[in-house]
Design a protein around this ligand. Structure first.
Ligand code: F6P
Length: 322
């Protein structure tokens, strides 16, 4: 193997740059040339692929976003566009790919391997942490800390005005950000798509807490939670209890910012391992973490399996926010 490619795909996540840097530098130390594929699968289809040298990735370990840019390509879901992408890869003599992204990106990577036998190894990069086969994904720790910083600030104003706040965090259909931020931020209630928290329980908990002398509360809700989004939840709580809730949707600010030390370390370890795995001639795998260990998991298993929100975290948050 002489040449490999690297791309970031799906929603950007802090730490993706640290991963790109590690791929380029580890590969270079193994005498490989590295090509950056820009804007994820869009760049692969369009042939927007350029060599990256170790100096090109200087000073990016601390930067959020991704220097390779990213995207969600609808075209790549079609076989003829994947064939076009595979042609570009082969024409440049690229013999292996490192895909940094989430499950949509891994579906594409798996298809490239299945249909065109282009070796590809994935590393999980998404703030959502919703990837089966890895305890943590690149960007999750930073996003949780960013959301937590916001919640700490909201607490100041909530306490000053004796108010109830509903804070909506990202996570698409998952509740990992919400459960972690809820526990770390001392939330009085947490809604996630799979936790089955009800408006009734939330109202009961908040009313009880008021009786016990609490004057302000924070409810953390995942964007994909049922019933409805943050404003629907505020309205449902108001209807059930007469309590007026302020809403704060944290949104895309959770995707930006300098990666935490944990995310930089995770990104560097996963990326270096991905290069090693490609060099061993393996493909169609994701590198993940299990505790402190790095593991490999087949991409089709990763994309077919759901990673559930930890109910233990939510239950502990409930037990502690009395
Ligand atoms: O997957 C990361 C994520 O930030 C999700 O939490 C969110 O639902 C989604 O991306 C938003 O995507 P976009 O930026 O494309 O609207």
């Amino acid at each position: 193997m002489k040449k490999i490619g690297v791309y970031t795909s799906g929603g950007d996540a802090p730490g993706m740059n640290a991963a790109i840097r590690a791929v380029v530098r580890m590969a270079t130390s193994k005498k490989l040339e590295v090509f950056g594929i820009y804007q994820g699968y869009t760049g692969m289809i369009d042939g927007n692929i350029h060599q990256i040298l170790p100096r090109d990735v200087a000073n990016i370990i601390q930067r959020g976003g991704t220097i390779l840019k990213t995207g969600r390509s609808a075209e790549f879901m079609k076989a003829d566009f994947r064939a076009k992408a595979a042609e570009h890869i082969r024409a440049l003599g690229i013999e292996g790919l490192v895909c940094i992204g989430g499950d949509g990106s891994f579906r594409g990577a798996h298809a490239l391997w299945e249909e065109h036998k282009i070796p590809v190894v994935g590393i999980p990069g998404t703030i959502d942490n919703d990837i089966f086969g890895s305890d943590n994904t690149i960007g999750f720790d930073t996003a949780v800390n960013t959301a937590l910083d916001a919640i700490d600030k909201i607490r100041d104003t909530a306490a000053s005005h004796d108010r109830l706040f509903i804070v909506e965090v990202m996570g698409r259909n998952s509740g990992h950000i919400a459960s972690h931020v809820g526990l770390a931020g001392g939330a009085e209630e947490i809604f996630t798509p799979d936790a089955n928290t009800t408006v009734e329980r939330a109202v009961e908990r908040i009313k009880d807490s008021i009786q016990r002398g609490k004057s302000s509360s924070i409810v953390v809700t995942a964007e994909g939670q049922k019933p409805g989004r943050a404003y629907d939840l505020a309205e449902a709580i108001r209807k059930k209890s007469g309590l007026d809730a302020k809403v704060c949707i944290l949104g895309h600010l959770q995707r930006g910012g300098s990666p935490t030390a944990n995310d930089r370390i995770l990104a560097s370890r996963l990326a270096a391992a991905a290069v090693e795995v490609l060099l061993k001639g393996q493909s169609d795998l994701m590198i993940g973490t299990e505790g402190q260990k790095l593991i490999t998991v087949p991409l089709d298993v990763v994309v077919k399996t759901e990673k559930k929100t930890s109910m233990d975290l939510i239950n502990l948050a409930m037990a502690l926010s009395i």
